[in-house]
Write a protein that binds this ligand. Sequence first.
Ligand SMILES: [Zn+2]
Length: 310
Amino acid sequence: MNGAGSKCYLCGSEEIQPLYESAKPLGDSYRIARCSACSLVQFSPIPSEAAVREFYARYDAAGERESYFRRCRQGYEGSAEARQLELKLDRIAKFAGVSPDLLDVGCGTGVFLDMVRKKGWRGRGIEVSPTAARYARDVFGLDVIEAGIESWPGDGETYDVVTMFDVLEHLRDPIEAVRKIRNRLREGGILVLEVPNQEGLLDRAADVFYHLGWRKPVSALYNLHHIFYFNARSLSRLLRNAGFVILEIGQDSTYVGRVTFENRMIKWGSWTLLKAGRILGMENKLVLTARKEEAVPLQAGGADGGKTDR
Ligand SMILES: [Zn+2]
């Protein structure tokens, strides 16, 4: 899927269909494409490292992240975000046994790791943003390494649990990242992932609006900060390819109070869609729990040659 005539990143199929044509601010050089064989949606072509870096430099400057993460600070206790993280901890406890050692990939300012520590578990984090990593170390006193998972050489440690919330969709080579995590897990270790759900009600509504000629919601959802867009099927397939057994796939919704909206109508519409998505079982996040499989898979590289294990 890296350009005309190329193959799907995940399954190797050549049945790649354009889903959305370039719509500002996507940029003219990209389109969003969907693999008819495995249903993976992605930017096509996959942006270069330099293009991604350039995008984040602009994104940071816009202050968008600052407002989205405004509650992820000291004093987070009792917030809606903290309650959602509490549910994640309960989910992990169900599979991970007593007092696991945990690595949080993309730990941000460290709120989740602080909650892990309060539970009496041992937690360490890696975080690509220097500002967030410094906050986690200086304010919460956490053990956080400043690195992105793609370039992280590893710390020589192994873990019972690795968590990675809202990271996989940002990566240029998610299979490689998950394989790297697998190597850091102990026997029977657990990986808990959260990614946006491409088949959630929010995305479905954006798709309807796009075909009615209003492209803005698609431009907002399908923006360069997310390179891949998963549904339960494609996410499970990626995990199996990287050597995991799927234990559970659940859903969750973004807390709408986190998001800054340009007007009340859009805020009300998004709130309604998120609520309705919860009722209909079409929430905007997927939460997947997987266990490290002991036998190493045979496939090399990203594509698995179009095997029909979906
Ligand atoms: Zn595919």
